[in-house]
Design a protein around this ligand. Structure first.
Ligand code: C5P
Length: 217
């Protein structure tokens, strides 16, 4: 397992983050949340006064922020120019803007290169939208998590973006919009195992993925 790469892709609310962290902790692996990196660039743009719908400026300036991520699954931390943004990147403002930023090819190129560096020799669980297809097509284990839209919206609302409980209906609408904008990025690898988490609790999802990891190595 020392060099294993576990790729976990899927839409928001599918349980990716909790599952990926749980698997990493249980197997003693590192953890990389690629969504947090897109969120960090978005947070930076909002603060640097770069309009998130201005693709040209984003492309020209996306190299400016220094983004560091901690791959420790017990305390995944993200900093932008030395500022800890782990919490603010979960705000509704960032969540609703991130799909515009992640659609800019230059932003993707930069972050994907950085993600590959962080994956390095492996020993890591990586979560995102395009991990099994683009970032790490060589991954030993590829899982694509899904869940009913209803359940996903309820999970997201319960998480309470940045600590605030948000209405389920509003969350559902915002989630559907983000899924639509993200659909170009989100791809299921042909060799990914699809895991529907609608009726599974977190431990069951972690069990399934750990079993796959143990099978593949
Ligand atoms: O996973 P999370 O919801 O935190 O991801 C935030 C956003 O980052 C997604 O809505 C998507 O726009 C973008 N993303 C991406 N590719 C990834 C991970 C996230 O485009 N591998």
């Amino acid at each position: 397992l020392r060099r294993i790469v576990v790729a976990i892709d899927g839409p928001s609310g599918s349980g990716k983050s909790s599952a990926a962290r749980g698997v990493a902790r249980r197997l003693g692996l590192r953890y990389l949340d690629t969504g947090a990196m897109y969120r960090a660039v978005t947070w930076w743009a909002l603060h640097a006064g770069v309009a998130v719908d201005d693709a040209d400026t984003l492309a020209a300036r996306c190299g400016e922020p220094v983004i560091e991520v901690d791959t420790d699954p017990t305390a995944p931390r993200v900093t932008v120019d030395g500022i800890d943004v782990s919490r603010p990147i979960r705000s509704r403002e960032v969540t609703n803007a991130v799909s515009l930023v992640s659609a800019v090819p230059a932003v993707r190129q930069r972050l994907i290169a950085r993600q590959r560096e962080l994956i390095g020799d492996g020993g890591i669980v990586v979560e995102g939208r395009d991990i099994g297809t683009v970032v790490a097509p060589q991954a030993h284990v590829k899982v694509f998590l899904t869940a009913d839209e209803d359940v996903r919206a309820r999970r997201r609302a319960a998480e309470g973006l940045a600590g605030m409980r948000v209405e389920v209906d509003l969350t559902r609408r915002e989630m559907a919009r983000r899924d639509r904008l993200d659909s170009k990025q989100m791809m299921k690898a042909s060799d990914a195992v699809v895991l529907d988490t609608t009726d599974l609790d977190l431990d069951q999802v972690i069990d399934e993925i750990c079993a796959l990891a143990n099978e593949r190595v």
